[in-house]
Design a binder for this molecule. Sequence first.
Ligand code: UD1
Ligand code: CA
Length: 458
Amino acid sequence: MKALSVIVLAGGLGKRMRSGLPKVLHPICGVPMGRYPLESAKSLKPERIVILVGHHAERVKEAFKGEPVGFAHQPEQLGTGDAVAHAMKLLDGFKGDVLVLSGDVPLVTTTTLKALVRFHRKEKGAVTFISIILDEPTGYGRVLRDEEGRVCAIVEEKDLKGHERALNEVNAGIYVFDAEFLRENITRLSRNNKQGEYYLTDLIGIAIERGYRVAALTHTEPQEVMGVNTRVELAEAERLMQQRILQGLMLSGVTIKDPSNTYIDYGVRVGRDTTIHPCVYLYGDTRIGRGCTIEEGVKVKDSRIGDGTTIKSFTVIEDSRIGKNVTIGPFARLRPECRIDDNVRIGNFVEVKKSHIKEGSKANHHSYLGDATIGKGVNIGAGTITCNYDGRKKHRTIIKDGAFIGSDTQLVAPVTVGKGAYIGAGSTITKDVPDGALSLSRPEQKIIKGWVKRRMES
Ligand code: UD1
Ligand code: CA
């Protein structure tokens, strides 16, 4: 079997995006667009992957650092032909097939790429590319064929003449080249065209002229090979990728009530028999366990949620770890660095930040728990507030196992409430409370008998 290497072109500026961010770094479903062709490349297990960088090279390299790739640098963006010529420097001496992918064609699947490589090898050509028939071919290079239907050239949109404008078979920008053909002929490209660029696509005509075999694999799924050149196309690619992610999850056993109103990033994992209600957003590095219920309007980012947990409506969770069989919300907010252990209940209008709440504890209504360590089986009454900030520094509140915090309590940190201790409702606690003690701080209640009647009479 011939060896395979992959080049991912990511050097262009993406002028039509009108952006300060290089095009391949524009996110689609939470990851840079260029990540998709890279992942497809990886799944083909090639000998080598080269990412060709140019514009904002450092930012692109940073985004893909740690990946098993080599970076080739294109000093000036003189076109796709020039880009591949620079990438080939990292494939010096490589014999075999070179798959060239565009960083801005994110929806192409591994299945399609495998089919392309197989077709190229069967055809024994010098170059094989993917073409597609489009109703609206504007913007793409067109495939020119002779009377017998054989490919003769690819002509870029801006260089089309007369009747060629009506051609609707387009070049998808995905090619397999024989490495030796590529190395030998890439030097023959010229800038003699409307854009003054070295066009990789001119290699098709060059191959034909020089008597090499060229083949086109005509693909039937236009969406898969769409290029993202504008933000309109970016939104379309996002929609299609989102659909694909959701379908993958549904086929793996997740119920998604309304796939047209559910937003899940690439790479988010969701366990079987979890149900996701409408308007849910699952972002970043998030994993949801099995048998969970994620209700309407929930947003979860960079978090872990254990099996059997229910996140009720309109709850926001960020950078936190939540155990099994937990109930959170509705209308709860978990800010970064929370650890919520199994069987905890967090109710409506509770905000938690940088706190650890241990097994079986409850904070069911209207509380702020920040910088706190809350033991097992603790009850936090409605309106409890950890006063963690003194205007300069943050301080911790420690509440030990089995403690009971009455409603409307302020715990002025640093402060510790001992094991099984009770805090009377309406207290402001500034001193540590020993294990098993009752502590309360409120003026004694007065009762003035007959006061109302006397007032009426006066
Ligand atoms: C290219 C094809 C066109 C095809 C279309 C499919 C050429 C000349 N044209 O056009 O036939 O229909 O893709 O999507 O190849 N790049 C560099 N350095 C450069 C120029 C581009 O790295 O100097 C990279 C870009 O970052 C991008 C890719 O190459 O990832 C394609 O470049 P782009 O300018 O988008 O080409 P198109 O005009 O879309
Ligand atoms: Ca493009």
